[in-house]
Unconditional design. Structure first.
Length: 160
């Protein structure tokens, strides 16, 4: 029963991370972000709000993914002796993409997002909002690709 709950949490975290990134970056972003350079963006603009909510959501989901994956592996370590050859090679590739997604999400959430946070207290940072949001969107796309690739590698691992 515990394995089922852990797998449910693991899969739901992957679905929420990938789904929120797809919705925010691919479906919503092109409709709300105008590439006009003369328009100033502030903390009340829609692109700012999307990225402000998206970055911590993906980061939290990646924390849940890593935690539930490690817990599942620790819980079932005796059953991993009889796995087919190549399992750990594929798992290693998956973990590389998970680490890349985690580090990019960490940088987005705590590095870039904090750079443009609290614009009412630091109005001199308003000029950094547009380039920072564009950089966050680009890194969010790379993070989404790493999450999706790791997700499909996990699906491929289920045949072992």
């Amino acid at each position: 029963m515990t394995d089922t709950i852990i797998m449910f949490v693991h899969l739901m975290a992957a679905v929420v991370a990938a789904g929120s990134s797809v919705f925010g970056l691919i479906l919503l972003w092109p409709r709300i972000f105008s590439s006009k350079k003369d328009e100033t963006l502030d903390e009340n603009s829609a692109p700012y709000k999307v990225i402000d909510l998206l970055a911590p959501t993906v980061f939290t989901c990646l924390l849940l993914l890593i935690g539930s994956g490690v817990y599942y592996m620790m819980e079932n370590y005796t059953e991993q002796v009889n796995l087919k050859d190549g399992y750990y090679n594929i798992l290693g590739i998956k973990l590389i993409f998970v680490v890349v997604a985690f580090l990019l999400s960490l940088y987005q959430t705590f590095g870039l997002r904090s750079k443009i946070a609290h614009l009412d207290l630091r109005p001199e940072n308003r000029e950094w909002v547009r380039p920072t949001l564009e950089k966050m969107k680009y890194l969010g796309g790379i993070t989404l690709g790493a999450i999706v690739f790791a997700f499909f590698m996990g699906v491929y691992l289920t045949r072992y």
